[in-house]
Write a protein that binds this ligand. Sequence first.
Ligand code: WTA
Length: 653
Amino acid sequence: MIEKKQVFKPNKEFAKVANIKNMCEYYELQESAMEDYEGFWGDAAKEKIDWIEPFTDVLDESKAPFVKWFGGGKLNVAQQCIDRHLETRKNKAAIIFEGDRGDIQTITYLDLYKHVNRFANLLKEDFDVKRGDRVIIYMPMIPEAAYAMLACARIGAIHSIVFGGFSSEALRDRIEDAEAKVVITADGAYRKERPYMLKPVVDEALEGKTPVKKVLVVERNNEDVAWVAGRDYSYNELIKDKSSVCEAEVMDAEDPLFLLYTSGSTGKPKGVQHNSAGYILWAQMTMEWVFDVKENDTYWCTADIGWITGHTYIVYGPLAMGATTVMFEGVITFPDAGRPWAMVEDHRVNQFYTAPTAIRVLHKMGEDEPAKYDLSSLKVLGTVGEPIDPPAWKWYHEEVGGGRCPIVDTYWQTETGGHMVSPLPGATPIKPGCATLPLPGIMAEVLDPATGEKSEVGETGYMCVTRPWPAQIRNVWGDEERYITSYYSDVKKDGRAVYFTGDGAMYDEDGYITITGRTDDVINVSGHRMGTAEVEAAIKKHSNVAEVAVVGKPHPLKGEGIFAYIVLKEDEGLADEVEEVRTINNIIKKEIGNIALCDDMVFVSGLPKTRSGKIMRRILRIIAKGEVVTQDISTLEDPSIVATIASKVQSCS
Ligand code: WTA
C-alpha cells in the first residue's frame, strides 16, 4: 500500500520541456495573479484568444455574484477552436474517432471546419435556429455530436447536451426548462457491437405539449425508427447540399455558450450556464498547463460529451489549443479490459484522462492487460470526478504509466468550467489521492464556514473559491435566486459571499488540498453527480410509496452506491417487496435513467425524524454502511425506529 505521505517528484526530462517547469514558475504565476488579478487574466485573454474586437474591461464585479469578464470583447468560440488553426494546422488531425466496432475516422482541422459550417448552415437554413436559441443535443459519442456543438457556437445558439443515458422524462424536463426549439439526436449508435437506440427516447420526451418544433436525426446505426412528418428530418439527407462556408456570428464575451444540467442537493437539476470568452479561455489554458499537450501529441479523454468533462476536455479545450483529441464511441471494457490500452498503443496516445471508477473496473477486470500493449507513448495520466483510492492509484501509476507518468488528480465541477485544483505534471510533487494545489489564477481556499478563515491543517473545511474566475458558472438558467442560494449563501470571507463548491476539503502540512467529499445531499456514483432529492422524487411517483430517504453508501467500484429507505403505504410482506423493487426500478429508469438505479432498497416501517419532521440522513448513512449508531438519538421523534431500521438492514445484507 502506498502511504498518503509518499511524494512523487516530476520526471526531470519531462519537466525540462513542460509548459510550467518547476514550482518556482508556479508560485511566480500564482503570486502575479494575487498581486494584479485583472492584469493576470487580461494578459492571458489577450495572448490566448483571437478576438474579433478587443475587450475594454477585464472584470466587472459591480453586480456580484453575477460577474462579467472581458467586457466589450467580441469573438466566436467555433473560430477559436477551428478557423484560427487553419493557417498552420489544416491537415492536422483535430479528432480521431474510434467507433465501438473499431471503425476509425481521422478528421483534420480543415475537415472539421467544413463539417461544422455545413451543420451550422443546416441549422440556420432548414431549422431557423438563431442567435440565443436553445438547442438540445441528445447524441451518442460520434463526431457529429462535436460538429453539432461547434455549429451552435458558430451561429450563436446555446446548446444543452443531455447525456444519452438519461430517460425520456429527464430529457423532457431539460427541454422544457431550456425552452429548446430544436433537438439534435441520432437513430442510435453501437454498444458492444450491438445497436442501441436514442430516437425513441426523444419521441417519448416530445409527446404532448413541447416547445420543440423540429428534430434532426443523424443516421448512425440505420435501424428503423418512427418518423414524425414535418418534425423529424434526416441529417444525412439535409447536409448533402449545404455550403461549407458559414460566416461566424460575432458574439459578445458574455454571450451564453451552453447550458449543462447538473444535480444539486434540492429540487430538479440546475441549468448551469457557461458564457463564451471566459469559458473557452480557461478550457484552453488548463489543457496546456495540466495535460501539457504538445503539437504532435495525441490526447484521449474517455468521458462522454454529456458531462462537463466531455465538453471541456474532449471538445472545447483540445480544439481551442489546436490539439488532436480522440473520441471513442464504445465501452472501455469491450471486447475486453485491454481495449483502452490497445487504443493507446494504436493511436500512440500521449495523455490519457479518465475517472477513478473506470480505473477500478479496468484494474479488477484486467489487472495484467496493460502489460500486453506498448504504452510507451504515454506521458501524462489524469483522473477526474472523485478521489482516487491508493490501490487504483498504484496500479494506474505502475502498470499503465510504467512508473514514469505523473498522475494529475484534477478537482473541478460542472460549475467551474475547467480544472480548479490539480498538479502541474512538470512541476508539482504529487501525493496519491490528493488534488494538490490551486491552479495559477484560481483563488481556491479551504475555509472554516463559521469564521471564513482558512481551515487549520488537518481540519475539514469548505472548499471555496474566493475570487471570481473566467470559466465560472454565470447563472442557473432562468433562476438568479437559485444561483445565489446554491453557490453564494453558505460562506462569507471578510464579509463577502464567496463561491462554495459543496465539497469538504482539508489542507496538509504542505498546503496541499485533499477533497474529502460532498457536504450536501449530492452523491457521486461512478463519478456522476446525483441528487438524492431527484432519486427520492422519482421513487415517490410510485403510488404505494409513503416516504423515502436516499443516501450514498461506499461502493467498491462505483465510489458511492445509492441506498434507498422506503416506507410503503401497504406492505403485504416479502413477496410484495420483491415486486415493489421491480416496480420502483422501472419508475427510476423512466424518470431518470439506469444511472440512478438503487444498489440497495430496504423497506422500513418509518424513518428517523426530528420532532420538527426533518429526516436524519446522517443516521441513515451510518446504518447503510453497516456501522453502529453511537450518536445521541434522544431528540428523535421516535428513537426506537433506529434499532428497527438497523436490524432490517442487517437482515437484508
Ligand atoms: C467531485 C466533474 C475528488 C466533487 C468534473 C465535485 C472530485 C463533483 C474530483 C463535481 C477529484 C470531481 N477529487 N472529488 N479530483 N473531481 N470531484 O459536476 O464532489 O460532474 O463537486 O464535475 O465531483 O462533479 P461534476
